[in-house]
Write a protein that binds this ligand. Structure first.
Ligand code: C2E
Ligand code: CA
Ligand code: CA
Length: 696
């Protein structure tokens, strides 16, 4: 045959095979689809008789409903049994009319009690499933037993008694379905058993009345089964819906109590935990501790590196703190860079302190960001229940006070609220009250402290420093009352009054003597306050290049943009800007560069140890060098001894301020001071650098 054995010859065969396969596949598909449909239907039918254990909520809801309905069913069953036994007593054997009710009473009481119990002693999921399965098995068995007895009794009674049996079986059947609606397999199997037995029995009698009864009963049963199936579907989906709703609500609740950035509990949860602990202490007087952690220097991370970097620091800080908190310590983020701590443990002060130190230590380690490495630190304030307070507000307030205290006295360390703090709070409150009622015009005055150019041997400026002589409290230190005034806009009033006076005094001094005036953070934080300051400077008539305004780093970081705008407008007037207390904050070079600053004033804390501490000398020396590089003026504060002056002079410093040159003095003494002061000895002390620093 042509082409036989060639590849083309294989084609018909292939086609043939493929047709056969197609046919056989087609048959198989028909068979498979049919088979699948049948098996699906069988599976669906079996599922109707299976107890659903996959949904614990559904199981518990079934138990709850059945615990009320089944005891009722048992009661109805028992009463019916009793009634039928009574109408057949003496006619039917005693074994049935007495024995069966007794057995029924015992069995139904036990079963009933089993279900009633679940109302008071809830079952776990496994036990609940077991009970449902047992009830599903028991339903057709007890129905079959009752029907068997009914069939037996039927033969003994007259027509009335037989009617009673038929009526009882009907009632039993209806109550079986209704009371077991929450257990579909039980209701269906009991109904099935009844229907089959009932129909078979009555049909077997051949009597038209019974045939009619059987028929109508079967129709009623069919309708009831339909109702049962619909009811069960609705019930199961209602429970599923409730479960979903509950899960959504739970998730919403979780989110409402969570800080999305750090994933720590948020402020709301912190306070609800605090309230919860206080409620608990009504019965149990156990000590617990409330803490507040605040990051020092965090603001400048945001300002310098942006908010994404700030967020990274917060997340990392939260992680580090979580790592050092044991399970009795809960950590929350209260907002910004403030974290809350609740220690639900009876720790003594030493243990609380140790926890605080651990928290501070982990915060001190550098934070590595994509744009560089930043350093912040953290201070912690603690307040313990019941010593520090018995309400959540008081405890939080005192923990916050301890934090404030830590920030001012032990930055980067923990402070636990104590009696001394309590005394201080009272003192502070009294000061605040007095300051609010003070006649500030007459009670608050200015003193002036000289600033000396040791290279030229001349006084070059005076710093104006406020003094409050309260009739009630005596002299109050300015850092104390300024801090209080800064809590309200009283500070703006004070600044305006003092600036007017300082400029008026400076106008009476020789033209080459400058005046340096301290501004507070609230002065820089509002446009209106700055406009007032500008107006006062302009109205004073003094040359603006004789004025220096001192600002602190803390004031600048409160509101970076506003502070910068404020400084720019002051600078535009021609006044100089000095960064006060340099070295006490988080002064970074780039930070200094971002503000229009002319001078830095090295804090006196560096001078105190400059003679004895080598590293302190190294720091001061590098700051002086840095100021030279950045073309900034540099003043060293707190010079108290001639030796300090010598050391600083050698380190390259040319402008100094301190008690050694003169304590702050009343305005009336300034001119006399200028005439008598002689700094020629300073000039003789050689400068280490040789190169003069920029004149102030
Ligand atoms: P400050 O601006 O750093 O002022 C320098 C403080 O150091 C002054 O304290 C001064 O008396 C003190 N001092 C100067 N030389 C020495 C020294 O050699 N040794 C020691 N131990 N101290 C020295 P004062 O006058 O008590 O002022 C304290 C702070 O109060 C000031 O610190 C400043 O921050 C604030 N302050 C004072 N007056 C005003 C004001 O009018 N407005 C504002 N906003 N703040 C003011
Ligand atoms: Ca100052
Ligand atoms: Ca200072």
């Amino acid at each position: 045959m042509p082409g036989r054995g060639k590849p083309t010859a294989a084609l018909p065969e292939v086609r043939h095979v493929s047709r056969r396969q197609k046919i056989s596949h087609g048959v198989a598909r028909v068979t498979t689809t049919k088979g699948r449909r049948i098996s699906t239907s069988i599976a669906g039918l079996c599922a109707l008789f299976r107890v659903r254990t996959d949904n614990p909520e559904l199981v518990q809801a079934q138990i709850k409903a059945l615990s009320r309905q089944l005891p009722l069913l048992f009661f109805i069953g028992f009463v019916n049994t009793l009634a039928v036994a009574w109408t057949h007593y003496g006619v039917a054997p005693d074994l049935i009319t007495i024995g069966f009710p007794v057995v029924t009473a015992i069995v139904y009481s036990v079963l009933g009690w089993t279900w009633v119990k679940t109302r008071y002693w809830p079952l776990n999921h496994a036990d609940a499933c077991r009970l449902l399965k047992a009830a599903t098995l028991q339903a057709p068995v007890s129905t079959a037993a009752s029907l068997a007895v009914a069939v037996v009794l039927f033969q003994y009674g007259d027509a009335y008694a037989q009617g009673h049996v038929v009526f009882t079986v009907g009632v039993a059947m209806i109550s079986c379905i209704f009371c077991q609606m929450h257990l579909r397999p039980a209701a269906l199997s009991a109904t099935g058993v009844t229907a089959i037995a009932f129909a078979a029995f009555f049909l077997s009698t051949g009597r038209p009345v019974f045939l009619a009864i059987a028929l109508s009963m079967l129709l009623v049963l069919a309708a009831m089964v339909y109702i049962l199936l619909v009811f069960w579907r609705d019930f199961a989906s209602m429970i599923d819906f409730q479960k979903e709703l509950g899960a959504t609500q739970l998730e919403n609740l979780r989110l409402a109590n969570l800080d999305s950035l750090t994933e720590l509990p948020n402020r709301r949860q912190y306070f609800s935990k605090l309230h919860e602990l206080l409620r608990r202490t009504a019965t149990d007087k156990r000590r617990f501790v409330v803490g507040v952690v605040d990051l020092d220097g965090f603001k400048s991370v945001n300002d310098l590196y942006g908010h994404t970097a700030g967020d990274r620091v917060l997340v990392e800080a939260a992680r580090r703190m979580r790592d050092v908190c044991h399970d009795k310590v809960s950590l929350s983020r209260l907002g910004g860079d403030e974290f809350g701590v609740i220690v639900d443990d009876d720790l003594d002060d030493a243990e609380i302190h140790a926890l605080g130190v651990r928290i501070c230590d982990v915060l001190q380690a550098p934070f590595v960001l994509p744009d560089g490495v930043v350093e912040v630190s953290g201070s912690v304030g603690f307040a313990a229940f019941p010593e520090a307070g018995s309400t959540s507000e008081l405890l939080y307030e005192r923990a916050d006070y301890s934090l404030y205290y830590a920030k001012h006295h032990h930055r980067g360390r923990p402070v636990i609220f104590s009696i001394e703090h309590e005394t201080e709070i009272r003192k502070f409150a009294k000061l605040e009250r007095c300051l609010r009622h003070a006649e500030i015009e007459s009670e608050i005055s200015l003193h002036f402290q000289p600033i000396v150019d040791v290279q030229r041997g001349a006084t070059v400026a005076f710093e104006a420093l406020a003094r409050w002589d309260s009739p009630e409290l005596g002299r109050v230190a300015p850092d104390v009352f300024i801090r209080i005034a800064e809590r309200s806009d009283l500070i703006n009033r004070l600044t305006r009054m003092l600036l007017r006076r300082a400029l008026a005094e400076a106008k009476t001094w020789p033209d080459d003597i400058r005046v340096s005036f301290n501004l507070s953070m609230r002065d820089l934080g509002s446009r209106e306050a700055i406009l007032n300051i500008i107006a006062i400077i302009e109205a004073s008539g003094i040359a603006t290049n004789r004025i220096d305004l001192e600002v602190t780093e803390t004031a600048l970081i409160q509101d970076f943009d506003q502070a910068n705008a404020s400084l720019q407008s002051l600078k535009a007037l021609g006044v100089g800007i000095s960064l006060d207390d340099f070295g006490t904050g988080y002064s970074s070079l780039s930070y200094v560069r971002r503000f229009p600053i002319d001078k830095i004033k090295i804090d006196r804390s560096f001078v105190r140890e400059v003679e004895t501490d080598e590293s302190c000398r190294a720091i001061v020396k590098s700051v002086i060098y840095m100021s030279q590089t950045l073309k900034l003026g540099c003043i060293v504060e707190g010079m108290e001894t001639r030796d300090q002056v010598r050391v600083l002079r050698r380190l390259g410093c040319t402008t100094m301020q301190g008690y050694h040159f003169g304590k702050p003095m009343p305005a009336t003494e300034v001119l006399a001071f200028l005439e008598t002061a002689d700094w020629s000895w300073c000039v003789e002390t050689p400068s280490f650098h040789g190169a003069p620093l920029r004149a102030v």
